[in-house]
Design a protein around this ligand. Structure first.
Ligand code: ADP
Ligand code: MG
Length: 995
């Protein structure tokens, strides 16, 4: 086509839509389900025939399942490249049910030389073609990528543009207004753009498979070229469309919103079907392009100025038979559509002049013809018959009938399906002109209405974008709220946990306190008991001491008594000795006395005296012997007494010993006391003996007296002596009586003391036993007390700790309160700020738009509500946060550990990144080198050739490698779609402020 002459290019040619059909192989699930391959490809060289269920369909080309991507491209799409580069519009779209191979055909696997589909191949081919074209051609290639979902156009290169509108340019060619356009200068850039679009598409949806089967994706390549020599400009738009699945809703079993969605999608697809049917009919005056955005975008491609190829994709499986048939019917219908294609050329002034001349010529020619015809007509009217050879020939040259509508800008206007004039019966020129006028009016009206429609569309677009933004903000807020709520819930949980812990701790404390109290009470009781016991013990000890003292006293008394008795005994012995001595002396004295007496009274009786003396002497000797006996017996008795005394002392010793073993030796003691009693009795008996002896002695004395009576004569002599003896005896008796009395008293006293001693011993025993028990008790109590004190210590420690915790808590509460206060202040400030902002916005809005202010106010109130809620939540969170601060140290520790770990990982990552960067750089360098080499090679091969320019435009971010700088005014439809920054919603600011 590039070789076509300009003359040829000007002529619009009728061109039917090319429909090719591609069958994919049976897929795994179909094979598993046992579906049969139900299509037949009747053999023939043309490969344009397919039969299913006996029905035969003819298409421009039929691709069997084994057809390669390369084949499909070469035979179905390749020619489009040259068309687009020659200034024609082109469209390729894939139609078919889901998973029939549309995406496979259109995209395939980009980057895989075998599996890549039509789009990457076309892109590569376009650039390859350009590289091979004339040197003085400059190309501007820009691409757009958008999808149509639920009749909304979503820009895939700018996710914020979610509802673009379709407008008509001055030539009434529809285009997507505001769609992002990327200037590209190499296939790689195009692929990058495609990747970006695809990733954006992925981000926005959850189920990509479902989404892609319900949305139409449109990739638009806009190629403009300028001949730098003659400033001739050509432009071609190439739409590459991957339609949504054409299956019926019932099959997918969609329900609810999904059903709505499916209906909507099917609406756009059915609109496409309606448009195609209307076009195929050929008699319809109205083509419902405006029924959906899809059909509006494809308006030029269907029945307009575009070379269109429809690839209908089908499954060969029996399971999909009905869908396949309806797809094939769609293709059949589409095949009948005729497009009128022409080159999109911007004419130069010279060309215009030329065309003007030509048109003038034509007008002159036609005027001459009209003149001739009028002359002929007047001749006819005058009744003349004009000869055949004089008649003006009505046959016209082809150029006259070919509609060439050149727009003011020089673009060849499309010729929509010509509207046949209503055939008016008897219609003359008047009626024709009238109807023409009407038509013009109608046309104008329609124009106006369309304009209005477009305006409305634009408004809707703006509103929907605004709505989208608000929605986004809402979502953001909702997310924030959700996250806040989540945080809140987490915090709540944490708080609950902490509260529970606190509660349990409190309970524990309570229990502990109770236990403590109990213990304290116990302790008090015990200590009281101990005190009591101590007191008792003390009193006992005192008593004991007293007893001891008493005992000691009694012991000392006993000792004294013993001493006294010993002393008495001594005295008695002495006295006895004295007495005996006296007696002896008496004896002596008696002898001597008698002598003395004799000496004294020698004058009285010397003779008798001697006799008496001898008798006395005899008596005395007798007495002496008797006294001696007595003394001996007395001595024996005394020794016996001494023995007894010894025994007593022994017994006493035994007693002392048995004091330790009283309980066991009581019996023995008793026996001992008994024996002692016996001894006493014996002693008494002995004493009685002594008494008896004394009595004998007395008797003897009596006998002596008798003798004395008989010896009266002598008696008188001896009266003095007798008197003396009686006196002596009286003295002795007195002494003996005294002695006996004393001894008896002493004995009584002794026995009394003994009894007292035994009693005391008993008491002592009891006391010692009590003492021992007390001691044991005391010991036990001491042990208990020690245990208790240890427990108490622990409890006190616990209590202290608790006290500490309480203090900490109080401190935390204080800090939390402070924090809250500051937050409250901040919130106030913030709310004030917000209010002022809102006021400002409201006033601004009021000035601008009164209608919108209500909505704005509502929004603001909604946002305010939101804000309130958020602040509440925030407050709560802050409180929780404070609570959580207790947890902080633990977490901080963990965090530190994690940080360290992260650091380690980061360093590892950095290392890895650096390595990767180095690799990448090396790789990039290598790639650049190869690219450069290839380019050089290409350049060398084709010599001087066309260049691709990549102009900078305002609002375009993606201009990294600019080949040539052009100003933005070349691009007519590029307008910055950014919304005024000032109109941003306060909520957005709010969060910025908040953050
Ligand atoms: P659609 O876009 O129509 O929903 P896809 O293009 O995603 O369907 O195709 C569905 C599956 O079938 C994909 O895995 C694809 O690789 C495979 N497929 C489609 N057409 C062919 C073919 N001609 N040859 C081999 N596999 C194909
Ligand atoms: Mg697909």
């Amino acid at each position: 086509m590039a070789t076509e002459t300009p003359r040829e290019r000007e002529i619009a040619a009728e061109d039917s839509i090319k429909v090719v059909c591609r069958f994919r192989p049976l897929n795994d699930s179909e094979e598993k389900a046992g579906s049969k391959f139900i299509v037949k490809f009747p053999s023939g060289g043309d490969e344009n025939c397919i039969s299913i269920g006996g029905k035969v369909y003819l298409f421009d080309k039929v691709f069997k399942p084994n057809a390669t991507q390369d084949k499909v491209y070469n035979e179905a799409a390749k020619s489009i490249v040259t068309d687009v580069l020659a200034g024609y519009n082109g469209t390729i779209f894939a139609y078919g049910q889901t998973s029939s191979g549309k995406t496979h055909t259109m995209e395939g696997v980009i980057g895989d030389p075998n599996k890549q589909g039509i789009i990457p191949r076309i892109v590569n081919d376009i650039f390859n073609h350009i590289y091979g074209m004339e040197e003085n051609l400059e190309f501007h290639i820009k691409v757009s990528y958008f999808e149509i979902y639920m009749d909304k156009i979503r820009d895939l290169l700018d996710v914020s543009k979610v509802n673009l509108s379709v407008h008509e340019d001055k030539n009434r060619v529809p285009f997507v207004k505001g769609a992002t356009e990327r200037f590209v200068s190499s296939p790689e850039e195009v692929f990058e753009v495609i990747e970006e679009g695809k990733s954006n598409r992925h981000i926005a949806v959850t189920n990509m498979n479902e989404h892609s089967s319900r949305s139409h994706s449109v990739f638009l390549i806009n190629v403009k070229q300028e001949n730098l020599e003659n400033q001739k400009k050509l432009s071609g738009k190439l739409y590459l469309v991957d339609l949504a699945g054409s299956e019926k809703v019932s099959k997918t079993g969609a329900e609810g919103t999904v059903l709505d969605e499916a209906k909507n999608i099917n609406k756009s697809l059915s609109a496409l079907g309606n448009v195609i049917s209307a076009l195929a009919d050929g008699n319809k005056t109205h083509i419902p392009y405006r029924d959906s955005k899809l059909t509006r975008i494809l308006q030029e491609s269907l029945g307009g100025n575009a070379r269109t190829t429809i690839i209908i994709c089908c499954s060969p499986a029996s399971f999909n038979e009905s869908e396949t048939k309806s797809t094939l019917d769609f293709g059949k219908r589409a095949k009948t559509i005729k497009n009128v294609v022409c080159v999109n050329e911007e004419l130069t002034a010279e060309e215009w002049k030329r065309r003007y001349e030509r048109e003038k010529e034509k007008v002159a020619r036609l005027k001459g013809k009209v003149d001739k015809l009028e002359a002929e007509l007047s001749r006819w009217r005058q009744g003349e018959t004009v000869k055949l050879e004089e008649q003006v020939s009505l046959v016209e040259g082809p150029e006259v009938t070919t509609p060439i509508n050149v727009s003011v800008e020089g673009k060849l206007d499309e010729t929509p399906v010509p509207m046949p004039l209503p055939a008016t019966p008897g219609g003359g020129l008047m009626i024709g002109s009238l109807s023409n006028e009407e038509r013009q009016k109608l046309e104008e009206e329609r124009e106006r209405l369309y304009q209005q429609l477009d305006d409305k569309d634009e408004e809707i677009n703006q509103q929907s974008q605004y709505v989208e933004k608000l929605k986004e903000q809402m979502e953001e807020q909702e997310e924030l709220i959700a996250s806040a709520r989540r945080d809140y819930e987490q915090l709540q949980q944490e708080m609950n946990r902490i509260q529970q812990e606190n509660e349990s701790a409190k309970e524990e404390v309570k229990e502990v306190l109770q236990a403590l109290e109990e213990l304290a009470v116990n302790y008090d009781q015990k200590s009281q008991e101990v005190e009591l016991k101590n007191k008792e013990q003390e009193s006992m000890a005192e008593e004991l001491l007293a007893k001891q003292v008493a005992l000691n006293n009694t012991a000392s008394e006993l000792q004294q008594l013993r001493d006294m008795s010993a002393h008495q005994r001594k005295r008695i012995a002495e006295m006895l000795a004295n007495f005996l001595k006296d007696l002896g002396e008496i004896g002596v004295a008696i002898g001597g006395e008698s002598n003395e007496n004799l000496k004294i009274a020698p004058p009285e009786s010397n003779g008798k005296l001697e006799e008496e003396f001898t008798v006395a002497r005899l008596f005395i000797s007798k007495m002496k012997s008797e006294v001696k006996n007595l003394v001996q017996r007395c001595q024996g008795l005394e020794s016996f007494q001494v023995d007894c005394n010894k025994k007593v002392s022994e017994y006493e010793k035994d007693l002392a010993e048995s004091r330790l073993l009283i309980s066991q030796h009581e019996a023995r003691m008793q026996t001992l006391t008994e024996s002692m009693k016996e001894a006493d009795a014996r002693k008494r008996a002995l004493e009685e003996d002594v008494d008896a002896l004394r009595e004998e002695c007395a008797k003897l004395k009596a006998a002596e007296q008798v003798q004395a009576v008989t010896n009266k004569e002598k008696a008188e002599e001896k009266e003095a002596a007798t008197k003396m003896r009686v006196a002596l005896e009286e003295q002795m008796d007195q002494l003996r009586d005294a002695h006996q009395k004393q001894v008896a008293a002493l004995r009584d006293e002794l026995s009394e003391k003994q009894e007292l001693i035994s009693e005391l011993k008993d008491l002592n025993q009891k006391f010692t036993l009590a003492h021992q028990q007390m001691q044991a008790d005391y010991e036990r109590l001491k042990q208990e007390e020690a245990n208790k004190s240890v427990k108490l210590q622990e409890l006190v420690l616990l209590n202290e700790r608790r006290e500490q915790a309480r203090k900490d808590l109080k401190g935390l509460e204080d800090t939390v309160a402070k924090e809250l206060q500051t937050l409250h202040n901040l919130r106030k400030l913030f709310v004030q700020d917000l209010q002022t902002r809102i006021k400002k916005t409201i006033s601004a809005e009021d000035n601008e738009d009164d209608g919108g202010s209500l909505a704005q106010k509502q929004k603001i109130s909604f946002l305010e509500n939101n804000l309130d809620q958020l602040t509440k939540v925030h407050k709560q969170l802050v409180r929780d946060n404070a609570d959580l601060r207790c947890e902080l140290p633990k977490l901080e520790k963990r965090l530190r550990a994690t940080m360290e770990r992260i650091k380690a990982l980061e360093t590892a990552l950095r290392d890895a990144k650096e390595g990767a960067m180095r690799d990448r750089k090396r790789y990039q360098y290598e790639v650049d080198r190869i690219k450069e080499a290839v380019r050089q090679k290409n350049l060398a091969r084709r010599g001087p050739s066309a260049q691709i320019a990549k102009p900078i435009r305002a609002g375009q971010h993606h201009l990294s490698n600019v080949n040539a700088i052009r100003t933005g005014n070349r691009e007519n439809e590029c307008k910055n779609a950014f919304i005024d920054e000032n109109k941003r919603i306060p909520a957005a600011l709010m969060y910025n402020g908040y953050a």
